[in-house]
Design a protein around this ligand. Sequence first.
Ligand code: 6PG
Length: 241
Amino acid sequence: MQPCSANVLVCCDAEAAAIEVGRLIACAAERAFDERGMFTLAVPGGSSPRRAFELLADSPARLPWSHTHVFFTDERCVPPDHEQSNYRFAHEVLLSKVPLPSSNVHRFRTELPPEDAAVEYEEQLREVMGDQPRLDFVLLGMGEDTHTASLFPHSPAVGVLDRLAAANQIAGLSAHRLTLTFRAINSAHSVGVLALGSEKAPAVKKALQGHRNVDAHPVQGVRPRSGQLLWVIDHCAASEL
Ligand code: 6PG
């Protein structure tokens, strides 16, 4: 199989990458609102999206928040007020600072058993977007091991293609993670993968130029079926390309 042929935008630094991600989300929102009167966004956890969230929070008029629904690409199996909660992170940095109706924030119900939480999340996706949900924009990060969302190398959920969300048992982690599956991610109208810093350079090279092996390098599985894919990386993360 050929390496990924994704579009890659190399930004001069992390700030420029954050500005670009904010622009991509705003453009996707404008297009979705014009076409469907609604914008559906899925956001990740981790440190990479923080600055992009701050920029969006600083300019709330950029998005039609009252017609926006926010989902999460993945979640840790912790309470929503836990310091490791992706929901808590997004709420603190962005969602609490924009005029987004609380009913439009769709978190994984981590108070349920992991499998039940995954089933319930799929129901939330379908309640908002219908039986064949297509998120308008999915923002993803990538770990140094090339995981994305909570689709980790050699983990069971990487191969789950008949569900939209899954509880994933991660080798080396004592707990499950909850995650969107590639079926949900690759149904999206647009996907952005954000990778910053020299520590991500080897993973970026494997992802974009390495032999295709999704089980070993899950981020290679991000290939929207009929949507757009753009990698937004800074010079440091691009340094081994
Ligand atoms: C999470 C994220 C995860 C993240 C990568 C990169 O729950 O941690 O969804 O997939 O995007 O681990 O994390 P950083 O942005 O912190 O490097």
